[in-house]
Design a protein. Structure first.
Length: 395
């Protein structure tokens, strides 16, 4: 038999003091829960408004490392800190000191980084050097002059090479064993403008530019060099030839599941599975000037009008949805993502603009800036000058 809930009443049929207290306590608990819920919502709203609209106007130096001459040096984020490289040598700085350095002579060094590996080669030569945080861990000599080089998270290095009438894409492991050798005849396939190696080193996308009867024709081709790729003719998993005369100078695997191709006035986002598929094509009504991307977003810049000094910055997520469209009159040479913000800078000035168009940080430095590298910690950066590397936090 179901038990009934009984109210505590007195002889006059009214609730007793104890009953009133229990009833009031129950109502108070409900009220406290509602108030707690509202309080949490207010905190979340405050954090949201803070992150969206709060602006920073200065910075503090957390630590610094003095540098020797950095004239004509370039820097790239690597390991715990940065790698500095130039025509004369390469060195890894771990935040406190130079962990290792190596001298060489290169006319046009080209670098790529993936996870714990870095690769460097001298363009139009045949030698490739591979490094990790402990120093050089491999080197490869390829058969033809190098145009471009990339490395995977497993240490597989791929090189785009050229000779007079053909191009080659070759891949090697850390021991120097050749894994891939793919020849492209320029008269048949066109000239490879750019290529990208997947993180696992098993897939590759290439942008080819061909000329047929005096008309340019661009296509993007995906290759599969894994065991699954044996079923495809010439290892070609997919080919996209609808770019027509639009030149596509930039292609990139941004993650294990997404790849991006950027043409003069188009952004193509591909789903990378066994058979790559075009998931989104974004037409841009202006000529794209700069391209920057990470695993979550792809960004472009273009001039807003002829003779106009203002640049428009647009950012799209990997679903093809626009998440930012902002204008700036500040000139800049470099551009990068910082969480849900875009960082633009030249040798003296920098500006960080949120996806909502808020100028979060604007600063003019006293000395010449070589690089500003975002760090994983929010609001922290490596500020690289001619004399030192400063770890800073904006405030």
């Amino acid at each position: 038999m179901a038990r009934r809930k009984l109210k505590v009443i007195n002889r006059n049929g009214e609730m007793s003091n104890r009953g009133l207290w229990l009833h009031s306590l129950k109502n108070n608990k409900k009220a406290l829960m509602v108030l707690g819920f509202i309080f949490v919502l207010l905190i979340l709203l405050a954090l949201f408004l803070y992150n969206r609209f709060y602006k920073y106007d200065h910075y503090s130096v957390l630590s610094s490392v003095k540098l020797k001459s950095t004239e004509k040096s370039k820097f790239v984020s690597f390991g715990n800190f940065v790698v500095k490289y130039s025509n004369d040598g390469i060195s890894y700085i771990d935040g406190e000191e130079v962990r290792w350095d190596e001298a060489y002579e290169m006319k046009a060094p080209i670098v790529d980084v993936c996870d714990e590996y870095l690769v460097i080669a001298d363009k139009n030569t045949n030698d490739i050097y591979i490094y990790d945080e402990n120093g050089r861990c491999g080197n490869v000599t390829v058969n033809y002059p190098i145009v471009q080089v990339e490395i995977s998270s497993q240490g597989v290095v791929a090189a785009l090479e050229e000779e007079q009438n053909a191009n080659y894409i070759e891949a090697y492991d850390l021991e120097g064993n050749q894994l891939i050798s793919h020849k492209t005849i320029i008269d048949e396939n066109g000239y490879p403008l750019n290529f990208s190696l997947s993180e696992d080193g098993e897939k590759m996308m290439v942008s080819y530019l061909a000329v047929n009867n005096g008309v340019f024709h661009n296509k993007v081709v995906f290759y599969d060099f894994s065991k699954d790729g044996e079923e495809y003719k010439n290892r070609i998993a997919a080919s996209f030839e609808d770019y027509e005369e639009t030149v596509v100078p930039k292609v990139s695997f941004v993650s294990s599941s997404k790849a991006v191709a950027v043409g003069e006035d188009v952004i193509s986002i591909y789903d990378v599975g066994k058979t790559p598929k075009l998931s989104k094509s974004i037409d841009v009504k202006h000529q794209i000037q700069k391209v920057f991307m990470n695993e979550d977003y792809v960004g472009i810049t273009y001039l807003e009008g002829k003779g106009d000094s203002k640049s428009r910055i647009e950012v799209y997520n990997m679903n093809g949805t626009q998440v930012m469209s902002s204008s700036t009159s500040q000139t800049f040479q470099k551009i990068d993502f910082v969480d849900d913000n875009v960082l633009i800078y030249d040798d003296l000035n920098c500006k960080m603009i949120s996806f909502y168009g808020v100028e979060k940080f604007t600063y003019t430095f006293n000395g010449e800036i070589s690089s500003i590298i975002p760090l994983p910690q929010s609001r922290e950066f490596l500020l690289i000058t001619n004399a030192e590397i400063q770890k800073i936090r904006i405030k």
